[in-house]
Design a protein around this ligand. Structure first.
Ligand SMILES: Cc1ncc(COP(=O)(O)O)c(C=O)c1O
Length: 398
């Protein structure tokens, strides 16, 4: 029997950013889109069923966040992550990125600083800058084998900056795929405590972990009740429903919760829609078996890419991420600057990945590959890159 995740699902003409914005982003239609972080798999059947059932009722009026939605969050995180969340800690939000913006506005004044750990998901920078705060960089350290870790001594120095107010943690980390160890997370909490920093921990990728790698630990399960911690969660990556646009913040401290709520209320956010709540709840209630199967499939994709890149693509190296369906390709040995690197992948290989440089200058020379697609697509991506590499050296690939 073929694996359901092997099936090709056409996403063309669905107004998908990944597929239908190709021309605008890459300047050509013939690139294989393996960039933005959603997957080319059908969502769990429980989700499509819940959405169809909701659509079948023809009243689409203003909608509440039902109690059952909150309960689905509480149950999921207790069962899956050993984290006991109280109902009144939860603040529904229109997305994790809007939450990052709101956190900047709530916890740092204009002109104050927010610590980020590049290379990192670009909205970590833009949310700080667009809200008139400034970025304090605590770059991750990459060893010769391509393994990333936090520079905790440098983080301590950043935290000691008199204007540092907020730390944005990406856990698991996009794009480097780290699952932070308990020791690293304890150290982060300790630094934040001693320097009076609020932490917003973006754990949107918390469910995307592999059986052969460390388990993800929710930062909140290591925190003390008095810690200034805001956790951003969503089922959007876990069940491939990011277009539904809904997330949640878990904030035990009432004053800090009210501060974010005030930002959302001032913009009349979050508006709730009947489909996002239905899809969100169905994922958390019934999506677990699908997610488990998904991660078995993605793990095989991951291993296939590691093996193929390291064996067949000279000048490019990669490592198995510990979590997420994103891989970080080190292309520095190709000897191309970032503009030439992007041109090589788009114009010569016809592959559309995210340039590493968009994750901060520490991403220079890297590309981010999304492996949330059928393996046959990845095989074609890697063959195209191999052919382009051979052609660049004047060798024809048959
Ligand atoms: C770390 C991280 N945070 C947030 C998001 C997006 O969250 P949302 O769609 O809820 O704004 C992504 C999407 O790729 C992400 O990787």
């Amino acid at each position: 029997m073929t694996d359901p995740f092997d099936q090709h699902l056409s996403r063309d003409n669905t107004s998908s950013v990944k597929f239908d914005a190709r021309h605008g982003v890459f300047g050509r239609e013939d690139v294989i889109p393996v960039w933005i972080a959603d997957m080319d798999f059908a969502a769990p059947e429980a989700v499509t069923r819940a959405l169809s059932e909701r659509a079948a009722h023809p009243a689409y009026g203003y909608t509440l966040f039902p109690d059952s939605l909150y309960q689905s969050i509480i149950d999921w995180f207790r069962e899956r992550h050993g984290w006991d969340i109280q109902r009144d800690w939860i603040l529904m939000a229109p997305g994790v990125v809007p939450s990052l913006h709101a956190a900047c506005m709530a916890y740092a004044a204009p002109g104050e600083g927010v610590i980020v750990q590049p290379p990192v998901y670009p909205p970590f920078f833009s949310s700080v800058r667009l809200s008139g705060r400034f970025v304090i960089e605590n770059p991750l350290v990459c060893d010769a084998a391509g393994h990333y870790r936090m520079d905790l001594a440098h983080l301590e120095a950043c935290a000691a900056h008199p204007d540092a107010k907020l730390l944005m943690l990406c856990s698991p980390h996009n794009p480097v795929g780290r699952i932070w160890s308990e020791q690293e997370l304890e150290a982060v909490l300790d630094i934040a405590r001693r320097h009076d920093l609020v932490i917003i921990s973006d754990e949107i990728h918390c469910d995307l972990t592999f059986a052969d790698k460390p388990r993800h630990r929710m930062l909140a399960t290591l925190a003390r009740p008095s810690d200034a911690l805001v956790t951003a969660i969503a089922p959007s990556k876990s069940f491939n429903i990011p277009g539904l646009g809904l997330s949640a913040l878990v904030i035990p401290d009432k004053l800090r919760r009210d501060a974010i709520k005030e930002v959302f209320d001032s913009l009349h956010l979050p508006q709730c829609n009947p489909f996002s709540t239905a899809g969100f709840e169905a994922g958390y209630r019934s999506g677990a078996p699908w997610l488990d199967d998904l991660m078995v499939y993605v793990q095989k994709n991951r291993d296939f890419v590691v093996e193929t890149v390291n064996a067949r693509l000279p000048g490019i190296q990669t490592q198995a991420p510990e979590g997420t369906y994103l891989m970080w390709l080190d292309c520095r040995n190709l000897g191309l600057d970032d503009a030439a690197l992007k041109r090589f992948f788009v114009e010569d290989a016809h592959v559309g990945m995210n340039p590493g440089i968009s994750f901060g200058e520490q991403g220079s020379g890297f590309m981010r590959l999304n492996i949330g697609c059928p393996r046959a697509v990845l095989a074609e991506v890697l063959t195209r890159i191999e052919s382009a590499l051979l052609a660049s050296r004047g060798i024809n690939h048959q």
